[in-house]
Design a protein around this ligand. Structure first.
Ligand SMILES: *[C@@H]1O[C@H](CO)[C@@H](O)[C@H](O)[C@H]1NC(C)=O
Ligand SMILES: *[C@@H]1O[C@H](CO)[C@@H](O)[C@H](O)[C@H]1NC(C)=O
Ligand SMILES: *[C@@H]1O[C@H](CO)[C@@H](O)[C@H](O)[C@H]1NC(C)=O
Length: 321
């Protein structure tokens, strides 16, 4: 943004000099007005619990809230119009990590409908960002490719630094990142991996994925197999991380070695700030304050397991029985 601002500043200065006139209304060039009340939809996913058909882990809600967004759940099993409406009323979508069948689950269907609606809007000069974390990233890849290209890897319960690719510097996600964030990410094991499958680099390069996404970082699994760890859409504001930026701040499950240190937390905050700022570029809004209020995640009950798992989740569609 800084470069763009400088560029426009120069352009405006030239116009001023040539015409000898002030800018229209005497205003300096400004960035497009940001929407400072962004609302992001998180896609609910299938649960096997007796308590609900779908759920959302509170970690993803808090992840977005820490950066100044509010959250609405995107429910499973709704009519197609529901998804078009939700995309039209919100400023971005997050597909969380977890475990579902991409082809047959409620989440798989919700993600496809949201993705299709978002593609259409972005192609029509609108702005609607999507973020996928872990399985959410894999699901985005499945939607882009129209096929499941995942391969088994040994990459769960382990944290690594990122290996940045040469193009990360020209990316939206990392290009303007403070030096210390890049330093931490490239040298400290702050990215927690919890996946048993990955998009291998060699598969990425020869598939549609390599045309659709720019790869920003890779990692090697315990056996040395290289996979894609961070991407961003070349033409669309879509982002994917195979790792978990929400865990350092918000996942306290003692069965995992989550790094809660200040550097891991800083990275989490950077990632959340980046994505929520993408959502601020969308001017969508709910048609009324009442509809906004009744859709917010605050309308759902959060349940907390006060054992050593610290599992904190929202059941979105409570079971009837
Ligand atoms: C999308 O929102 C705009 C205004 O915010 C409204 O005019 C349009 O009818 C909406 N479309 C759908 C499908 O909800
Ligand atoms: C993760 O690894 C640690 C050892 O580093 C182990 O104690 C723990 O049980 C593992 N957790 C899971 C869920 O496999
Ligand atoms: C939340 O819990 C309260 C009290 O148990 C209940 O009355 C309410 O219906 C629940 N709301 C939802 C959306 O499940």
């Amino acid at each position: 943004m800084y470069c763009i601002k400088q560029y426009f500043g120069l352009l405006c200065l030239l116009l001023f000099t040539v015409n000898g006139l002030p800018f229209p209304n005497g205003n300096k060039w400004q960035e497009p007005t940001l929407n400072n009340r962004p609302i992001i939809g998180i896609l609910a996913q299938d649960t096997s619990s007796a308590l609900g058909r779908t759920y959302i882990s509170a970690t993803y809600v808090k992840f977005l809230e820490q950066a100044g967004a509010r959250v609405v759940p995107i429910r499973g099993g709704q009519p197609e119009e529901y998804y078009i409406r939700m995309v039209n009323w919100t400023n971005g979508a997050l597909i969380p990590g977890g475990v579902v069948n991409f082809a047959t689950s409620l989440l798989g269907r919700s993600a496809r409908l949201v993705y299709d609606a978002a593609l259409k809007l972005n192609r029509n000069q609108d702005y609607f960002p999507i973020w996928g974390t872990c399985m959410g990233f894999q699901l985005l890849c499945y939607l882009v490719q129209g096929d499941n290209l995942l391969k088994r890897t040994d990459s769960a319960n382990i944290s690594w630094p990122l290996t940045f690719t040469p193009d990360f510097k020209s990316s939206r996600l990392f290009g303007q990142a403070p030096e210390n964030i890049i330093q931490i990410l490239s040298t400290e094991p702050v990215t927690q991996n919890e996946h048993h499958y990955s998009i291998l680099t060699k598969v990425f390069e020869t598939s549609k994925l390599g045309k659709f996404f720019k790869k920003l970082s890779v990692n090697r699994d315990r056996k040395g197999v290289e996979f894609i760890s961070t991407v961003e859409g070349k033409e669309f504001p879509f982002y994917g991380v195979q790792w978990h930026p929400e865990k350092p701040n918000f996942n306290w499950n003692t069965h995992y070695n989550t790094d809660h240190g200040p550097d891991a937390v800083r990275v989490s905050q950077y990632m959340a700030n980046f994505f929520v700022n993408e959502a601020r570029k969308s001017s969508h809004r709910f048609p009324s304050v009442k509809l906004e209020a009744t859709n917010l995640i605050e309308n759902y009950n959060r349940t907390f397991s006060s054992d050593d798992t610290f599992v904190d989740i929202y059941y979105i569609d409570p079971r009837d029985t």
